[in-house]
Design a protein around this ligand. Structure first.
Ligand code: NDP
Length: 309
């Protein structure tokens, strides 16, 4: 267990970083950075003992922030509006450079990237870290472009500042907070009567990972940080089909899922987890159990008592 450290976490109001901050704050000094657009979350973070620091990545504003952090988790992202590539690249990459420079004395820096960087292959392909990158994401084209640009910045600053760094390409994170991740976002669409876009043949796979596993694994990812940057896929142990995932949720809730064959889908990918497993071990939350718990957290009473796992 990580104890007695001074930890900085960006994107702390978000789905992924908030449970990490809440887990680590019991035994460490944790600072959370963000714009804090939702004041109710700010109050809950403060009540949990997390120190709040307002920082908009599109500005500087780190000058008066302490710089003696031992560990940094950079999870904030400006996904962009799908059109303004210049803004997505500039905001995310300059912010990463400023943050790393400010925290150059840290023991480890962890940047959360995305599996959306990988070029599309066969639907059942398990992507490795050395697979071709593509950044073709029709649902939000600016997103992977900003992430890939930022990966480059993070590698450069790690090397030039001598700051041990891990770049973790996250798969479909899901859990009790924020938007809840793909299973919850798709279920909201189903409740709104919208069909989920799927390929004409077969199904896209993903590697869903519960935020409990994420919170447990963040210190392990700091442990494997290197000045040359450790790059690894960060997903759950199981490759799960999108239709299988949503049909499971239908079974739990009794709400039928409708699928529609479409050229444009979410473009999910599944991971080959060999490098991650060797570096930090396996996940602990089985996806069916995790999805059931996430549903309970977001839609109290939605899971039928009679539903089997
Ligand atoms: P959320 O959308 O839940 O949260 C985004 C966070 O970024 C919020 O805390 C938001 O804070 C902060 N943020 C956005 N714009 C700015 C800005 N201009 N300045 C400062 N802070 C900003 O994201 P997730 O938790 O889902 O994702 C966390 C990380 O994981 C991201 O880097 C994302 O790319 C990556 N990832 C997530 C996946 C997932 O399945 N969730 C999959 C793959 C990668 P506020 O609004 O309060 O300012």
């Amino acid at each position: 267990m990580l104890t007695g450290k001074k930890i900085l976490i960006t994107g702390v109001t978000g789905q992924v970083a908030r449970p990490v901050a809440e887990t680590l704050v019991g035994h460490n000094e944790v600072w959370g950075l963000g714009r804090f657009s939702d004041p109710s979350i700010t109050d809950r973070l403060t009540a949990a003992g997390i120190r709040i620091w307002r920082w908009d990545m599109s500005r500087d504003g780190l000058e008066r922030l302490p710089n003696d952090f031992t560990h940094v988790l950079h999870a904030a992202v400006e996904r962009g509006n799908g059109l303004d590539f210049e803004a997505a690249v500039a905001v995310n990459s300059i912010a990463a450079g400023r943050l790393m420079t400010h925290c150059r004395g840290a023991e480890a820096f962890l940047y959360i990237s995305t599996g959306a960087l990988y070029a599309r292959q066969r639907l059942d392909h398990l992507h490795t870290e050395t697979d071709p990158l593509g950044t073709a994401t029709p649902w939000l084209p600016t997103y992977p472009v900003g992430k890939l640009a930022t990966e480059g910045v993070v590698r450069a600053f790690a090397a030039t500042l001598g700051l041990p760094t891990t770049i973790a390409r996250l798969n479909a994170a899901y859990g009790p907070y924020g938007h809840g991740g793909i299973p919850i976002m798709f279920f909201r669409r189903i409740l709104a009567g919208e069909p989920i876009e799927v390929p004409r043949r077969g199904q896209e796979l993903c590697s869903p990972i519960h935020t409990d596993d994420i919170a447990r694994q963040v210190p392990l990812l700091w442990d494997v940080a290197k000045v040359s940057s450790t790059v690894l896929n960060w997903g759950g142990d199981d490759a799960v089909g999108v239709q299988d995932l949503m049909s499971y949720i239908s079974g739990l809730t009794g709400v039928p899922a409708e699928f529609v064959a479409n050229r444009v889908t979410r473009g999910m990918v599944a991971f080959d987890n060999t490098r991650r497993s060797r570096a930090i071990g396996r996940c602990e939350v089985p996806w069916r159990d995790g999805v059931r718990r996430a549903l309970d957290a977001h839609f109290s009473g939605a899971v039928r008592a009679s539903a089997s796992t």
